[in-house]
Design a protein around this ligand. Structure first.
Ligand SMILES: N[C@H](C=O)CCC(=O)O
Length: 431
């Protein structure tokens, strides 16, 4: 470790990691946070910066895996949360603020006529699938290879994100009976969907899809692919669910459904709508959503659903996502991703880089990356060298080829300049 980095000293993080391992598995509480030989431990964060316990400062493009669109420790969010803290932190009763946040979501997201708040993206996809199965009275679901819809049993099969990074895309501990109804297909492939639907005629409750696959890097849908999914689901009475936990309110005010102009029946959202606090939501057409208990009989519940702290932070966040936010964050992501591609070319390093609005990722790959199989063929060893190089030069991205980079409103010109310099340094050494 000592000779791994030229510019940063991680001695306090190392000590904390040794201590942490006594009580926390590999010192972390979510696998994506671990990287070899140990992760840095964060002391504080402000705007687009993370500060570790050794006093190193990193420009942050992980942004807590997406939610921190206004940067860290945003003053307005802090104030609104402080106000809410004084008023109480959980009631087990409805609040006016839940209506305000629900309205903000409904006004933005095309498919959203009603909302059910939960506490995470995982809960949102679990409940959306239950809703689809309950309504259609069909058991099978279609999921894409490499898509990650959270850590619950029905979808943790051939999944991306930390499961793939750490070598367990099919997690042990999930009975075969639980996933036998989860049909897997490659992303961006129309024939595979047609075949799967034909072979399981009238048995499929829903297709769940990340419109941009942001849990295996950044794989955009091919032109017309989402429209194709919309048409084939309509023709076959299958509920179409967009998992917009990452893309929702990030790539456009109404998420990927606005960006690509394809409206699903249901969507799952999270991250941004909690302004840095835990939250998730299932949103969708009224006639479907009304099947949730206590109106309908499809059960969904949670002590902290619609938690006032998360809801307050979410309202404050959405209020700030104006046109300027979308223009600036996507301009920044484009500038950085273009530069990464050009620099990789300059140093003759095979690469493919993908950028959608404020999301981007590089694959060290000679061929186009369009799905799980092509993503897996990327040079992940080289990616980790790129990761360590960036870290040593003061830039933090998620420590995996199978995650995405994000920009926030706080990544200004000066920060971008520093980032480009770091990228140049890293590619020089990768050559
Ligand atoms: N890619 C995941 C969510 O979007 C990363 C978060 C986690 O697993 O902790």
């Amino acid at each position: 470790m000592s000779n791994m980095f030229k510019n940063i000293n991680l001695s306090k993080s190392k000590k904390l990691f040794e201590e942490a391992q006594k009580y926390l598995v590999k010192g972390v509480n979510s696998p994506v946070r671990y990287f070899k030989p140990f992760p840095f431990f964060v002391e504080k964060a402000k705007d687009c910066y993370l500060f570790d316990v050794d006093g190193n400062r990193y420009i942050d493009y992980c942004l807590a895996y997406g939610p921190m669109v206004l940067g860290h420790a945003n003053d307005n969010i802090i104030n609104t949360v402080k106000e809410q803290l004084e008023l109480g932190t959980a009631y087990g009763c409805p609040t006016e603020k839940e209506i305000v946040l629900a309205k903000e979501i409904v006004n933005r997201m095309p498919c959203a006529e009603m909302v059910r708040f939960v506490n995470s993206g995982t809960e949102a996809t679990m409940s959306a699938i239950r809703l689809a199965r309950g309504i259609t009275k069909k058991n099978k679901i279609i999921k894409f290879d490499g898509a990650y819809h959270g850590a619950h049993d029905y979808v943790l099969v051939k999944s991306g994100s930390g499961a793939l990074t750490h070598g367990s895309p099919n997690s042990p501990g999930i009975p075969e009976e639980t996933t036998k109804n989860t049909l897997l297909v490659p992303f961006n492939n129309e024939d595979a969907i047609k075949k799967t639907i034909a072979e399981n005629k009238d048995e499929i409750a829903c297709i769940i899809v990340e419109p941009v696959m942001g849990n295996i890097g950044c794989i955009p849908p091919k032109e017309g692919y989402l429209k194709f999914l919309r048409e084939i689901t309509e023709e076959n009475d299958i509920i179409l669910i967009f998992d917009e936990v990452i893309t929702g309110f990030r790539i456009a005010p109404g998420g990927a459904q606005e960006y690509y102009n394809v409206v699903p029946d249901l969507a799952t959202v999270g991250k941004i709508i909690g302004g840095g606090f835990p939250i998730g939501a299932i949103v969708g057409k009224k006639e479907l959503m009304e099947n949730f208990s206590p109106n309908g009989n499809i059960y969904q519940a949670g002590t902290f659903n619609g938690n006032p702290i998360s809801v307050s932070a979410g309202i404050e966040t959405l209020k700030n996502l104006d046109n300027e936010f979308y223009t600036q964050t996507s301009k920044t992501a484009k500038k950085i991703s273009d530069f990464i591609g050009e620099t990789a070319e300059k140093y003759k390093i095979p690469n493919k880089i993908y950028n959608v609005s404020s999301m981007f990722q590089i694959y060290f790959n000679e061929n186009e990356v369009v799905d799980y199989e092509t993503a897996k063929k990327s040079n992940t060893e080289r990616f980790m060298k790129y990761f360590y190089g960036l870290l040593d030069n003061g830039v933090f991205i998620a420590p995996s080829q199978f995650e995405c980079c994000f920009t926030s409103i706080k990544h200004d010109d000066e920060v971008v300049e520093k980032t480009l310099n770091a990228i140049e340094e890293v590619f020089k050494s990768l050559k």
